[in-house]
Design a protein around this ligand. Structure first.
Ligand code: 13P
Length: 285
């Protein structure tokens, strides 16, 4: 089937108090791992890329591979651009059939953030593409983006309401104590803040930085209104571990199909675990 809108998937999951798992991919094997894992569990899925992945793999290749995956499997697949600070890159994604985009102006002063996000919303909505925005700042490392603890800021519920009204975003990423990358200690999420935002804001909410968050916290966040869960690092780690272990077992290995095959299997297993955690298995009609 053709690529679908992520918003439709997210709304369907939210209506059932579930969430769609959104996976950051990096290459052919990680795309295959996500789609195979999702297909086995009959789960709708969001495949997403950061600007760094587009630099690495090229937006045309990613667009073409994910469109082909969507033709080959009969589950709903959305293609999303994650944490993009650039209007022009978003245009390139849309030209390559991304079905939703995240414009990240969270580093800007509020007015400039609203100006940037609104301009993307206007352009994207004109061609039927949905937009995720972020208010508050999620700490940690993703791509070239590094937000230290001091720069991180929890989402203020009233500001979230204003931001959605001022920009017209379709989904909202909020900062409630998660961080990109793995955690040193156990992350403590601000569930009260999440519930308040969920009561005040009517667009679906997105949890970034889900890697390393204990399963019971992810479940609680979904029960309190999170409808999209972003996972990046927890796919990178099993991939790297599988490749390291393939070379540890056979340092002379030179067949990419062997070590990348092992990497793909490890990523797929994690994809299955995360889909089951989000409860979106079986949601593909
Ligand atoms: P993690 O790397 O912590 O999984 O974060 C993923 C993310 O939020 C992508 O936007």
């Amino acid at each position: 089937m053709p690529l679908v809108s992520s918003l439709a998937l997210i709304k369907k999951a939210r209506a059932e108090k579930k969430a769609i798992a959104a996976f950051n991919i990096h290459n052919l094997e990680t795309i295959q791992a996500v789609v195979e894992g999702a297909s086995e569990l009959r789960a709708p899925v969001i495949i997403q890329t950061t600007p760094g992945t587009l630099k690495h793999a090229g937006v045309e290749y990613i667009g073409a591979i994910v469109r082909k995956a969507s033709e080959l499997y009969d589950i709903p697949i959305a293609l999303h651009m994650d944490h993009c600070p650039s209007y022009d890159t978003i245009v390139a994604c849309i030209r390559n059939q991304y079905t939703s985009v995240m414009i990240d102006g969270a580093h800007l002063p509020y007015k400039d953030n609203v100006r940037l996000v609104s301009s993307v919303v206007k352009m994207a909505h004109a061609v039927g593409v949905q937009v995720e925005g972020e208010i508050g700042r999620i700490s940690g490392v993703e791509d070239d983006l590094f937000i230290n603890e001091a720069e991180a800021a929890y989402t203020i519920p009233e500001e979230a309401v204003e931001f959605v009204k001022d920009t017209g975003v379709d989904t909202l990423a909020i900062a409630i104590g998660t961080a990109h990358g793995m955690y040193k200690g156990e992350p403590k999420l601000d569930f009260e803040r999440l519930s308040t935002i969920n009561e005040l804001v009517d667009v679906p909410l997105v949890l970034h930085g889900a890697s390393g968050v204990p399963d019971e916290s992810v479940r609680e966040a979904i029960a309190r209104g999170i409808a999209k869960v972003n996972i990046a690092t927890e796919l990178k780690n099993p991939m790297a571990d599988a490749i390291k272990s393939a070379f540890a077992q056979n340092p002379e290995e030179n067949d990419p199909r062997k070590y990348m095959g092992a990497a793909k299997a490890a990523v797929k297993e994690m994809v299955r675990n995360k889909i089951l955690l989000c409860g979106c298995d079986g949601l593909a009609i």
